[in-house]
Design a protein around this ligand. Structure first.
Ligand code: ADP
Ligand code: MG
Length: 459
């Protein structure tokens, strides 16, 4: 096995950079970066990692064990078991025997150049259809994915999934693979990133053996290539790639492709290849709306029974972390982890403090002017009423709602907000905010108005 002479340290480096990408830099830096190799028992295939504390070791064991093991096995199939121990539990630094082991094997090329051609990437167990939450943003893609996995006659081929990063494309592909295999035992499903595909393809071309590589691909019942934008527009090899795709479609293989943009927006692809791709089903995965984000957080919490996250915080996370699901999951994990580490209860203050940077990055800049326009539109009053001195209920209440929203959705200070509402005093703004807070708890209609406006403003 070519992988076997990969040195442990090289494998570890590759595992680390791979994980940093898949689980996100922030989570990685918090939990996995501090880990050290502490030993490898080749006879039993047991690899040991040391964490700085037994708490961390525990956390890593419960949350990242499968991730780590999979990543290791992809590099070094000899690894069969993985143990994470706390430094205080007697873990050693990189052992002598270990260095000897590394010294005994010949120096080798970087890991990414050593992949064996014809190797599918293993599936992530958590990425199933059951754990995927369906909403307006992703239902077309979800239904198409299910159809792909069911087997039987396909009305479309290939399935082309596209959408921004962190929205669930990879999750759906893994779900297709696992579901298809469960329904069709003994079949072959091949999944890999476009980068890996390309690498293997080029390696096969260099070895003047694209034939067996293509044969191998054709023997798959389902072939899935993730993130093809990485190879689009590269050069002639890209053309080879898409021609191969065409051959596979003609050979009746199920094909699933994902990209961060639509086929039309992939640059430098011949139009006849493009049209061939578009014969299939092109399904976009859109950014999740608030409701879907809320459902995802709720579902995720079901897998964290130890975490006590109040409803208010769940709502807050779903509302404010709108960029993508990966960030939303990351934020939830961080809050729960930090609460456990510090022994503090999870409340709004704790959440805001823990996520300050993420929240800032997710801030869509809503302006006071936008708020006033939306509110006036909603209540059918003129925008001039926002600054007028009139106190009639039909204008005073909307004005208070707008002030409340300005406080919630913009970083403006109370005096600044007051100034934008006809030069009112900051105490008037405080009063408005309290008033609306109180009313939201008792007046369902007003609460619904506020929710609707928030949703419109935050997109
Ligand atoms: P992409 O491939 O589109 O960049 P991923 O599939 O890697 O995104 O998704 C990022 C994270 O968000 C994963 O952990 C995935 O499980 C989660 N996720 C995305 N969409 C959903 C969803 N609809 N339901 C549950 N989890 C989701
Ligand atoms: Mg992906």
């Amino acid at each position: 096995m070519p992988q076997d002479d990969l040195t442990i340290q090289e494998a570890w480096n590759a595992v680390r950079s791979g994980l940093r990408r898949t689980i996100g830099a922030r989570t990685f830096d918090g939990w996995l970066k501090p880990l050290n190799l502490s030993g490898f028992d080749r006879a039993h295939g047991e690899l040991r990692l040391a964490a700085p504390s037994s708490f961390m070791a525990n956390w890593v064991e419960t949350h990242f064990h499968d991730h780590l093991l999979q990543a290791w096995r992809a590099m070094l199939p000899a690894v069969r078991r993985l143990v994470v121990e706390g430094a205080s539990d007697g873990a050693r630094p990189l052992a002598q025997a270990f260095e000897e082991l590394d010294a005994a094997v010949p120096p080798s090329a970087p890991p990414q150049q050593r992949t064996t051609a014809g190797e599918s990437t293993p599936f992530e167990e958590r990425y199933t259809f059951e754990s995927f939450v369906v909403g307006k943003a992703n239902e077309v893609a979800y239904n198409a994915a299910r159809t792909m996995a069911e087997g039987g006659r396909l009305g479309f081929n290939p399935l082309f999934l596209h959408g921004g990063t962190g929205l669930g494309k990879t999750h759906l592909m893994h779900a297709i693979g696992q579901d298809y295999l469960a329904r069709h035992p003994g079949t072959r499903v091949v999944y890999m990133s476009a980068e890996k595909f390309m690498f293997e393809f080029v390696a096969a071309m260099r070895a003047k053996d694209t034939f067996s590589f293509k044969q191998w691909l054709r023997s798959a019942d389902v072939l899935m290539i993730d993130d093809v934008q990485f190879i689009a527009g590269k050069d002639s090899t890209q053309e080879e790639f898409f021609h191969t795709m065409n051959e596979l479609i003609s050979a009746g293989r199920r094909l699933v492709i994902s990209a961060d943009r639509s086929p039309q927006d992939l640059e430098g692809i011949e139009s006849r290849i493009l049209s061939r791709l578009s014969w299939g089903l092109v399904a976009d995965v859109n950014p999740a709306d608030f409701e879907l984000r809320l459902n995802i957080v709720t579902k995720k919490l079901e897998t964290m029974p130890q975490a006590n996250v109040p409803g208010e915080v769940v709502q807050f996370l779903a509302r404010r972390i709108s960029s993508n699901i990966r960030e939303l999951e990351g934020a939830l994990n961080r809050v729960v982890a930090y609460a456990m580490l510090s022994g503090k209860p999870i409340d709004m203050d704790f959440t805001q403090a823990t996520l300050a940077d993420v929240l800032r990055a997710n801030q869509r800049r809503v302006t006071i002017d936008e708020i006033q326009r939306r509110v006036c539109d909603h209540y059918r009053i003129r925008q001039a009423e926002m600054s007028s001195a009139r106190r009639a209920r039909e204008v005073a209440r909307p004005r208070q709602v707008a002030m409340y929203l300005a406080k919630q959705l913009t970083p403006r200070s109370l005096p600044e907000i007051g100034r934008r509402f006809g030069g009112r005093d900051h105490t008037t703004v405080i009063h408005a905010v309290r008033q609306i807070e109180k009313l939201r708890a008792t007046d369902a209609e007003l609460d619904a108005d506020v929710r609707l406006l928030m949703r419109q403003l935050e997109g």
